[in-house]
Design a protein around this ligand. Structure first.
Ligand code: FES
Length: 124
């Protein structure tokens, strides 16, 4: 079985300060999904917006994923926390599980994310 992969342009790095995040949409297996990118220091990390506890959005729709005071990504449903650089849950009901992580790269000021079997959603 051949798996196709696509690099999706998800953000302009000039728009992402330290601790900032941005959401992006993608499709996999015929379903619309959402991910987010986080700038942590001078690096960028991308994850699916899907908590490994109940498989629901982490952010309850407000597009805020990171708390600098505790240096963690967090889930607003039951307060699970995840380390920003590998998405590992270090506290909460999904302790020891990971957010799905996507590879990132920067090309000419654009942040791109690699998602298997995904395609960028068209506008509208
Ligand atoms: S759904 Fe995220 S901690 Fe329960």
């Amino acid at each position: 079985m051949t798996e196709t992969v696509d690099w999706l342009v998800v953000a302009e790095i000039a728009n992402l300060g330290p601790g900032d995040s941005a959401v992006f949409a993608y499709e996999r297996d015929g379903m619309k999904r959402q991910g987010f990118v986080l700038r942590h220091g001078d690096e960028y990390f991308a994850y699916a917006n899907c908590c490994p506890h109940w498989y629901v959005d982490l952010d309850l729709g407000d597009e805020r994923f990171y708390d600098a005071a505790i240096d963690r990504i967090y889930c607003k449903n039951h307060a699970a926390t995840f380390t920003p650089r590998d998405g590992l849950c270090d506290s909460g009901p999904c302790f020891g599980r990971n957010l799905e992580r996507f590879e990132t790269r920067v090309v000419l000021g654009h942040l791109e994310v690699l998602i298997g079997r995904a395609r960028e959603l068209s506008e509208g």
